[in-house]
Design a protein around this ligand. Structure first.
Ligand code: 5RP
Length: 218
């Protein structure tokens, strides 16, 4: 199976977690795009969606799925999103697409976070994928210096602006032995909006696309 076929498989499998009549939390990325396309097939059974990015909003609307403002919604039973890496505790690195902040907000609100990924994303230890950090533009150099003190090698994602008008530093060479601790330390640097470690609020379920099946990790 190709990587896209594996992504399509998990995108479809995640539909089983969608609660009838509910507002669905929707992440961002190529795997989530398959989920959105599947969601369109049951759109008459849901109220609509809350979206984590302009890109996902556009795709949801193109399917005729209503997109709600998070502030107008009091309950999100399920949030479905992809990941750049997951360990066996379902702690994640996210933000390859730069949508990490809105993703983290919706994940915090959601009662259940279902992560969908092809099997290449499951790793023993997080950190081979450079960790994205969203930063207020004027703080970019200061935050980069603070990250170097932590042993990281920050690379400015040139030419990219987040949906929130901020910049991204992709941090290489970090030793991520304690993801929750590092997530908090990075978020504590003044000027950081958030970082792509989803460990404090990890996923509840990981649907992993494999050659002949979808493995469910909890
Ligand atoms: C976007 C994300 C994505 O979920 C992550 O980058 C995975 O993307 P893809 O499904 O395209 O591999 O965090 O900010």
């Amino acid at each position: 199976m190709t990587q896209d076929e594996l992504k399509a498989l998990v995108g479809k499998a995640a539909i089983d977690y969608v609660e009838e009549g509910s507002i669905v939390g929707v992440g961002t990325g190529s795997t989530v795009n398959f989920f959105i396309d599947e969601l369109a097939t049951i759109k008459h059974k849901i109220q609509g969606a809350v979206s984590s990015s302009e890109a996902s909003t556009k795709r949801l609307k193109s399917h005729g799925i209503e997109v709600f403002e998070l502030n107008d919604v009091d309950r999100i039973p399920v949030y479905v999103d992809g990941a750049d890496e997951s360990n066996h505790l379902l702690e994640l690195i996210k933000g390859g697409g730069g949508a990490l902040t809105r993703e983290k907000i919706i994940a915090a609100v959601a009662e259940k976070f279902v992560c969908i990924a092809d099997e290449s994303k499951l790793v023993r230890r997080l950190g081979e994928f450079p960790l994205p950090v969203e930063v207020i533009p004027m703080a970019r150099s200061y935050v980069a210096r603070e990250i170097v003190k932590l042993g990281g090698d920050p690379v400015y994602r040139s030419g990219f602006t987040t949906d929130n008008g901020n910049v991204i530093l992709d941090v290489h060479s970090l030793e991520i032995n304690e993801p929750i601790k590092l997530e908090r330390i990075l978020n504590n640097i003044v000027g950081v909006v958030t970082n792509g470690l989803f460990a404090d609020r990890a996923a509840d379920v990981l649907l992993l696309g494999k050659a002949d099946s979808v493995e469910t990790l909890t």
